[in-house]
Ligand binder design. Structure first.
Ligand code: 8YV
Length: 313
């Protein structure tokens, strides 16, 4: 008898095949009436596969009385009710490390795109404005600029490592100073934003960091400053971000994440000083494959009674 597994979000094709071969899959993602579907099959589900975006809620967990593990594709688990899982003795796993490089690359891509005006430069060529109106306005050098990273975890460190050889001055903010890190630590986020030309958000999402990038922080960053977010939409006061970008209190932004995904606030579409990306920093074939494999491998370890590879709780 194959163990029954709930698929909230399917994996990449290779890994989905592995799941199909090993487990009896119940496709929540394909069910029209999801409530009725859970009522019908909830009792027999032993494991669930989801991702960082969809997660799993307490209401869903309540319908899965025999669930023992939630294996999620994504390093962030703010959409998973980990507290409810722990209460119910359900293990949660995520996919750290395998996505670090791609996410850090995207932070740097947004940083460069924003500071060197890549997207508007592209439009200047395509529209013929170059020939009609003349050369594109000058931008600002990256070299010698001050970059503050909020959240110096695995991804924050990978971003710093990429920026260091570009000749920027680096500082970081987090809950505490890290003994083995040479970058300048700033305990006050607003003070770091005031100091910085560019502020990069790389902290986890969730209640602890909600709205951390406040109106005050954005204003401290200022009219020449740029905000880059590859973390979660929830870490920034998005209404303040939109207002500050519109009226020039903040210079520019590069955003991979939004409060309402996949339908972000329509106001963003009319903001020329922002580069927008559809939450796809980990979205490469290689990395999504590695994330999917880690989801499969965590399930395998669980059903074999072995230690989980990347446990969250
Ligand atoms: C994914 C992410 O896009 O890892 C995360 O926390 O936000 C992204 O890698 C997300 O988990 C959906 O798969």
């Amino acid at each position: 008898m194959k163990p029954d597994v709930l698929v909230i979000v399917p994996l990449r094709p290779d890994q989905q095949e592995q799941l199909e071969a090993t487990y009896s899959l119940h496709r929540y993602d394909q069910a029209d009436d999801k409530e009725a579907f859970l009522d019908q099959i909830g009792d027999k589900i032993l494991a669930a596969v989801t991702n960082g975006g969809r997660g799993i809620t307490r209401a869903q967990l309540d319908k899965l009385p025999n669930l023992k593990i939630v294996s999620s594709s994504g390093v962030g688990y703010d959409a998973i009710d980990v507290e409810a899982c722990s209460e119910k003795g359900i293990k949660v796993t995520n996919t750290p490390d395998v996505l670090t490089d791609d996410v850090a690359d995207m932070a740097v891509a947004l940083f460069l795109a924003v500071r060197r005006d890549l997207v508007r430069g592209d439009a200047h060529v395509r529209s013929g404005a170059w020939g009609k109106d003349g050369p594109y306005p000058l931008t600002r050098s990256i070299r010698s600029k001050k970059v503050g990273i909020a959240g110096l975890g695995r991804i924050g460190k990978a971003i710093a490592a990429r920026l260091e050889p570009m000749g920027v001055e680096l500082a970081y903010h987090g809950r505490r100073q890290q003994a083995d890190v040479a970058y300048h630590y700033m305990a006050d986020l607003e003070a770091m934003a005031k100091w910085a030309d560019v502020l990069i958000a790389a902290m986890p999402g969730g209640a602890d960091t909600e709205g951390m990038i406040s109106a005050n922080v954005l204003e401290a960053l200022g009219p020449q400053g740029s905000f880059i977010n590859i973390a979660r939409g929830s870490v920034v006061d998005e209404a303040a971000l939109i207002a500050c970008l519109k009226d020039g209190r903040l210079g520019s932004a590069g955003l991979d994440v939004f409060v309402n995904e996949p339908n972000p606030d329509v106001a963003f579409a009319a903001i020329p000083n922002a580069v927008l990306h559809p939450h796809n920093a980990s979205g490469t074939v290689e990395t999504r494959g590695a994330m999917s494999q880690l989801v499969v491998d965590n399930l395998k370890a669980h059903f074999a009674g072995q230690p989980l590879l990347t446990p969250v709780n």
